[in-house]
Design a protein around this ligand. Sequence first.
Ligand code: HEC
Length: 145
Amino acid sequence: MNWRIPILVTFCATTALAHSGVKNPAVLARMNGMSAIAQNVKVLGTMAKGQIAFDAATAQEAAAAIARHSEASVTLFAPQETDPHSEARAMIWDNFDDFTDKAQALKVIGDELAGSIRTLEDVQGAIDPLGDACTACHTLYRAKH
Ligand code: HEC
């Protein structure tokens, strides 16, 4: 049992409605992209814990969706948009190359998992690298995490 799985799953569940009240559609779009990433991480996390049955195709699709949404986040975050409810830090746009690298890093992990997950152990082994990729970006660029 990986001790980080419950933490990551709880994190995803409690942040699901964090974007309510957002008026700026560009901010809402990038938050929805992040929520989609979190939903797919939750699929892998609940599967890793045995709360839903292991299914390789479902896990691969979740990993592929994480990759797609992570890649898309580069475009969604490119304009420096803001909203009172946004948790994005302004330094994103001073360091957009680094932000892009961190989004691409998560995309690569998602793609690799989509092509390699065969067993429940593979799903369990995916949680740490995914969580590290979220943390690498959130620590610098998200105000609350
Ligand atoms: C390249 C940077 C980056 C990566 C990688 C990243 N995030 Fe985010 N994430 C952000 C930023 C910036 C915000 C704040 C956006 C805002 O509030 O405008 C955010 C917000 C969120 C939110 C809140 C969305 C909302 O509705 O307010 C969730 C949930 C989230 N991320 C989950 C994840 C998970 C899970 C991962 C890893 C699998 C991840 N993120 C990877 C940058 C990133």
